[in-house]
Write a protein that binds this ligand. Sequence first.
Ligand SMILES: Nc1ncnc2c1ncn2[C@@H]1O[C@H](COP(=O)(O)OP(=O)(O)O)[C@@H](O)[C@H]1O
Ligand code: SF4
Ligand SMILES: [Mg+2]
Length: 320
Amino acid sequence: MNDSLVEIKDLHVEYKTDKGVFGGTQIIHAVNGANLKIKKGEILAIAGESGCGKSTLAKAIIKLETPIQGQILYNNSDMLKMSKKELKEFRKKVQMIFQNPYSSLDPKMKIINTLKEPLKINTDLSDEEIEKIVEDTACKVGLDKECLNLYPHEFSGGQRQRIAIARALVLNPEFVLADEPVSALDVSIQAQIINLLKDLKEKYNLTFLLITHDLSVIKYLADRVAIMYLGEIAEIGTVDEIFNDPKHPYTKALLSAVPEINNKGREKILLTGELPSPANLPKGCKFHTRCPQVMLKCKENCPQNTEFENGHCVKCFLYN
Ligand SMILES: Nc1ncnc2c1ncn2[C@@H]1O[C@H](COP(=O)(O)OP(=O)(O)O)[C@@H](O)[C@H]1O
Ligand code: SF4
Ligand SMILES: [Mg+2]
């Protein structure tokens, strides 16, 4: 049985940019042969340094970016070949929560209208039915009914993120992508939003793709984790596998840098060198320029995925 809601196979997404004063274009290889599965009802987290392609991957899944190569299957059907009708259904079932609740809400719209809008566009429901759904959804995310007649600027960051979450939920989606949903918020209110997401996932059987560079959030919230490096998935596994038995040298380095997580007395692994530019990818293993365990073959050849039990996968020659 295939329990995947989303399956990504050998996905490549590029951006073309101007090179600058001397003209010409530059190709940014933002996602480079990424493979992963998101299982129904799970929270899959994607972690990795800034610029490694996390947001681009999410944008490709919701069709805000078009891949140049690869496949995205949603419920086993190829997203890149969806008919207009299928696409309309898809847009209802899949919703995104963005990082910044200050810019993702229309400042000129009352909250009630922000929440009504997706229902007006995507359904034939009556005004009364829409109003009822909006009130119920506001309640689900912990917003008072009185809030609905206010404007975004009248709310704190945490409240605004609740509104953005409510907007993602009004259409009763099955899959929600959250791109750094708490990193623009005060640390003091991050936990409230994280708990809200956990609650919603459990109550409404949602499937989540959670993008965050915060490994403590992942440990608390996610079921599985994908570690991304230069547009590839270096390692993927359950939270337990990744945090207690990391295999990829990059995963080990990332974990060793977080004191709250590295509480087993593991030595801190300092990564030397800069993250290479996605406009100029290294040959061979993408991590070889910084890997403490680099071997000769890593500089020339790309390692394949090695699968351990339960779908724990690692892309590294140490295990090939
Ligand atoms: N619209 C864009 N145009 C050109 N380059 C982009 C664009 N969006 C992202 N990039 C580049 O693509 C790479 C991956 O970016 P992104 O997916 O935003 O990474 P992350 O979310 O992991 O920080 C980065 O080098 C970034 O600068
Ligand atoms: S393949 Fe080689 S360079 Fe890449 S992570 Fe493994 S050991 Fe390091
Ligand atoms: Mg991002």
